[in-house]
Design a protein around this ligand. Structure first.
Ligand SMILES: CC(=O)SCCNC(=O)CCNC(=O)[C@H](O)C(C)(C)COP(=O)(O)OP(=O)(O)OC[C@H]1O[C@@H](n2cnc3c(N)ncnc32)[C@H](O)[C@@H]1OP(=O)(O)O
Ligand SMILES: O=C([O-])CC(=O)C(=O)O
Length: 371
């Protein structure tokens, strides 16, 4: 036996959800470019879960179900009030709250397909409200109910920022949700599949996945990117900053990818979104700075920008708190996690690889007082 570090290149599952072939990304066979341009996030969630696009009637029903399930119980709201906003990491709050939602869901351990779809809807609906409720409570602002005439993206922004959200912003945010929805066997999705392959429940899978997404080498990178941009402050500081990082053998966040070699096909959409939003809000320097970093890293290290790079400046220009960037990623990725967990249940086998043992052997046990 010999170990593959980080399981690079190892195929561990069959899946018909997302494919990455020659740096091209598709969801259920539909190109990410078409979906980013034309699809609503709700359509994409439906596509990932049912492996086909919904009809108009199916989509309306699906949107209505999501909306009906957005409300949080008083127990959950009280729980969200307990955290000290100055110290509580929103990803930790989200992880704990999703776990708590499972505790209060009477169907949590009903493993029938029907119950799993009902729980999937509740998870996808409530994760939006958990994030917006946390955000508003910590600013001592009134909670805002969703509007039945708005999309998932529109309602998220409404519940987060207030009723007057610009259409352009909703359009951009919808696109960002579509682009983050699924990505084959990334670390958090693999975590979710490992979790439910023991026949554990969907809430446990999403809780585990949020824990994996939180790390800065994965979804947590988007928050690190915006922190880096703020630290750089001015466009002229960008290259010296990055050179210094590389000289110190530190990673530049938002750059590089385990699978993509020529570039992440999602990044160009987010780059264009960042360009537009920074321009409209008079903050082009964040975009200009990002382009300089991207070009330098590509030229000097051969590393392309990943999905977390341009989303950072785009979300910043939407006025979203930096520590909500990764929770927003989790909200979108819940759709992919759920799709993969449903696929895992459909053809399940416990996931239990082996480790190559490299430790000490034949040690002699001595009682504690003799050590
Ligand atoms: C949604 C997502 O999860 S997208 C990824 C988000 N994560 C980030 O943006 C964090 C920064 N990027 C990284 O850490 C990596 O590129 C990862 C984690 C995405 C991929 O990692 P791996 O495939 O394991 O590559 P690994 O970390 O082994 O790097 C290979 C080489 O490239 C270098 N490298 C990789 N990414 C970077 C980076 N962002 N900045 C500087 N150097 C880098 C490494 O230092 C290493 O160099 P070496 O061989 O001289 O030691
Ligand atoms: O696939 C990966 O390893 C990371 C990634 O880009 C994602 O999860 O979107």
């Amino acid at each position: 036996m010999s170990a593959s570090r980080g399981l690079e290149g190892v195929i561990v599952a069959e899946s018909s959800i997302t494919s990455i072939i020659d740096d091209q990304l598709t969801y259920v066979g539909y190109s990410i470019d078409d979906l980013a341009e034309h699809a609503s996030f709700e359509e994409v969630v439906y596509l990932l879960w049912y492996k086909r696009l919904p009809t108009e009637i199916e989509l309306k029903k699906f949107q209505a179900e999501l909306l009906e399930n957005m409300e949080l119980s008083d127990q959950i709201i009280e729980h969200l009030k307990l955290f000290d906003p100055s110290t509580a990491n929103p990803m930790a709050v989200l992880r704990s709250t999703i776990s708590l939602l499972g505790l209060y869901d009477p169907e949590v351990d009903d493993m029938s397909e029907e119950a799993n779809f009902r729980k999937a809807i509740r998870l996808q609906a409530k994760i939006a409200t958990v994030i917006t409720t946390l955000a508003r409570l910590r600013q001592n602002k009134e909670l805002i109910a969703p509007d039945p005439n708005l999309s998932y993206a529109g309602n998220f922004l409404r519940m987060l920022k207030g009723p007057d959200v610009e259409a352009l912003e909703v359009e951009a945010f919808n696109k960002a949700l579509v682009l983050h929805a699924d990505h084959e066997l990334n670390a958090s999705t693999f975590t979710a599949r490992v979790c439910v392959a023991t026949l554990s429940d969907l809430y446990s899978g999403v809780t585990a996945a949020i824990g994996a997404l939180k790390g800065p080498l994965h979804g947590g990178a988007n928050e690190q990117v915006v922190r880096m941009l703020m630290e750089i402050e001015e466009v002229d500081n960008a290259i010296p900053y990055v050179k210094n990082k590389i000289a110190n053998k530190e990673k530049v966040m938002g750059m590089g990818h385990r699978v993509y070699r020529t570039g992440d096909p999602r990044a160009k959409h987010l780059k264009e979104m960042s360009r537009k939003l920074t321009e409209i809000t008079g903050q082009s320097k964040w975009y200009d700075m990002s382009v300089k970093i991207e070009e330098y890293m590509k030229k000097e290290k051969g590393l392309p920008a990943n999905v977390d790079f341009y989303s950072a400046s785009a979300y910043h220009c939407m006025g979203i708190d930096h520590d909500l960037f990764t929770p927003i990623f989790a909200m979108s990725r819940t759709s992919g996690w759920v799709a993969h967990m449903l696929e895992q249940y459909d053809n399940n086998r416990l996931i239990r690889p082996r480790a190559e043992f490299v430790g000490e052997v034949q040690q002699e046990y001595k009682p504690v007082e003799q050590r």
